[in-house]
Structure formats: structure tokens, C-alpha cells
Design a protein around this ligand. Structure first.
Ligand code: SF4
Length: 333
């Protein structure tokens, strides 16, 4: 069987496609991995075509893909499909084909799925359901010939039973692993015990260079609980300068620039790096969306430290940089 695996967005390896590649190759199938939706001039016919999209902003690409490949199987958090990989591979198949991404050094995976919260804009609770442990660090790590770098895609690491997250933290610590948690830890439900555990591990950014913990402050009404969590991190020995916080903008219909600036300024004053995530509000207010994207570029390029927003010109160079930074921070399988 000839199979096309199509990664429609994201710069990180796509875990779902890696699993499908492994499953098909075990069956002796011929696997072609591509990143474009269109059909190349020289492309052969396929017996089966898959597409995976993880971002909502990829809707246009998904539509193009479906027009080009009618009958394709599409999945991922950026699609409307609720299909899981296990429905294709069966529940017992294990294994990921990293050969799709020969440049990638860390080991990638989930220790848990699901989330304790249910934010209105988020697909995770609907797609992943209740919080549960799924793998150990030993399961995820590719072994001695690979660096001790683990990129976890968990959406709620501390939502799994305490004995499980404690066991994972101990594995990370004892094994000398560096770990990236760029889906974010849930600071609203943080406990002092969880903060203390985080302080004992080598948390890193997604390049595994800088000390970085990721979290989110999406609603103004969460101000008190957000800073309570930040206080816990700081009391445990994690300085705010290690924290990058996603901030959703454009979703709340009552959002004003004053409210947005309040969130932004409070984080900056505390030493936290904000990372605006722009909700696609084009249908409601295209001008506001454009202005929010300009705000996002101003922040993620770091220019907010040097140039007032009113003077910022989001030219082409800044747009390219913003795109690169966005892709590196937002990947998820
Ligand atoms: S806390 Fe994060 S993963 Fe959980 S529902 Fe909210 S946005 Fe989604």
C-alpha cells in the first residue's frame, strides 16, 4: 500500500503522523511524508492519504487539502475531526517513526492527556477528555544514543494523579533530563508541592537552551489566581524571568485595549515574558484582528522593550520573525 502523510502546519515533529508512519511501515507499506496540501506534478497516486493540522488558523489549508485529496483522513486539533489515531492503529500499537524528522534530537511525547479545566476557546477537553497518565519518561525517551532532552506535549502535567506526576518528576530528576513543557503548566491550579517539584527539574525552552517555564493568563478575571500561582513559583525558587505566559487576545467580546494593556503591563512589571495568542476574530472585527496581530509581533519580537507600540511598524522583517517564533512556541501533536 502507498501512503501519503501530510503535515499541514507546525514546525515540531507531528506525533500522530510519526505513529501512523510506524504502523504502516510495520505492515510493509510505502510511506511518503510531505508538508504541502497540493499535489506535486510528479506525485504518484496513493492508496491512502492522511492530513494532520494542529492550529485553528490552518482551516484554509485543510480545506485546500480536502479539495485536492477527496477521501483523505484528516485529524488533529486544527481540524474538526474527532477521529483518534488509535481508531486506525488499534489501541495496542506502540512506536513512533522519528525518521520523518532526522534533524530532531529530543524525544517527544505525552505523560498525560486531558485537562482539568474547560476553557471556552480550547479543544483539548473535547478531544482528550478526562485527565489521565499515559506514559513514563522512560517510555518517551528514545534511549542512550539520544540526548537526555524530553519535549512533553502535556496540557496539564499536574492534573494526573499526584503519585504519577511525582514519579515522572523523579524520573526527570534522577535521569538528568532536560524537559520542555511548552504547552504550559496550569498555573491556576498550581499547588506549593507542584511548584516545589518544578523547581527541582531542568525546565527549558523549546530549543533546550534557556531556563523557561510556560503558562497562560487568558482572562482578566483570573488575575488573582494567576499571581497566586506566580507567588508559589517564586516561593519555590523559580524567578518570574524564567516564565513565559501566553495571553489570549481577541476572544473576549468585552476586551478593550485598557483591559489588554493591564494584563500585559502586570506581567512585564513582574518580570514575566508575555506571549500574545491572537484568536481569529476576523469575522467579527477584521480591523481589530489586524491590530492585535501587530501587537503580537511587537511583543514576540521583543521590540516592546525598545519601541513604543504607537511607533511600531510591523514591516515584513518583523512579520517573518514573528512567524518563526510563533511556530516554535505553539507546536503540539
Ligand atoms: S487550561 Fe489549557 S488545555 Fe486546559 S482547557 Fe484551558 S486552554 Fe485548554
Amino acid at each position: 500500500m502507498r501512503v501519503r502523510l501530510t503535515q499541514l502546519d507546525g514546525s515540531l515533529p507531528n506525533l500522530a503522523l510519526m505513529k501512523l508512519a510506524h504502523w504502516h511501515r510495520e505492515r510493509g507499506d510505502e510511506v511518503h511524508y510531505v508538508r504541502h496540501a497540493h499535489r506535486d506534478l510528479m506525485e504518484p497516486d496513493y492508496d491512502r492519504v492522511y492530513g494532520s493540522a494542529i492550529f485553528a488558523f490552518s482551516a484554509d489549508r485543510v480545506a485546500e487539502f480536502m479539495r485536492t485529496w477527496p477521501g483523505a483522513i484528516v485529524g488533529g486539533t486544527g481540524s474538526e475531526s474527532k477521529m483518534t489515531i488509535e481508531e486506525i492503529t488499534g489501541p495496542d500499537h506502540d512506536g513512533y517513526d522519528y525518521s520523518l524528522y532526522p534533524w530532531y534530537e529530543p524525544s517527544l511525547g505525552f505523560t498525560q492527556r486531558g485537562c482539568r479545566l474547560s476553557c471556552k476557546f480550547c479543544v483539548v477537553p473535547g478531544k482528550e477528555g478526562k485527565n489521565r497518565s499515559v506514559s513514563t519518561i522512560a517510555d518517551i525517551w528514545r534511549g542512550e544514543e539520544h540526548p537526555r532532552k524530553i519535549h512533553l506535549l502535556d496540557n496539564d502535567f499536574f492534573g494526573q494523579p499526584e503519585e504519577q506526576w511525582r514519579a515522572r518528576v523523579e524520573e526527570i530528576r534522577a535521569g538528568g533530563f532536560k524537559v520542555c513543557l511548552n504547552q504550559g503548566i496550569n498555573v491556576r491550579l498550581l499547588t506549593p508541592a507542584a511548584a516545589e517539584a518544578l523547581a527541582t527539574i531542568e525546565y527549558r525552552d523549546d530549543a533546550f537552551k534557556e531556563r523557561r517555564l510556560y503558562t497562560a493568563w487568558d482572562n482578566l478575571k483570573d488575575e488573582g489566581i494567576f499571581f497566586k500561582g506566580m507567588d508559589m513559583l517564586e516561593a519555590a525558587g523559580i524567578p518570574p524571568k524564567h516564565v513565559m505566559s501566553y495571553m489570549l487576545v481577541g476572544f473576549d467580546k468585552n476586551e478593550t485595549w485598557d483591559r489588554l494593556w493591564h494584563r500585559f503591563n502586570r506581567m512585564v512589571e513582574r518580570g514575566i515574558s508575555p506571549y500574545p495568542m491572537v484568536f481569529d476574530c476576523r469575522a467579527r472585527d477584521a480591523d481589530r484582528y489586524r491590530e492585535l496581530k501587530r501587537f503580537q509581533r511587537w511583543v514576540v519580537t521583543g521590540l516592546y522593550r525598545a519601541v513604543p507600540f504607537s511607533d511600531y511598524d510591523a514591516g515584513k522583517k518583523a512579520q517573518r520573525k514573528e512567524r518563526a517564533v510563533q511556530l516554535s512556541f505553539l507546536d503540539a501533536a
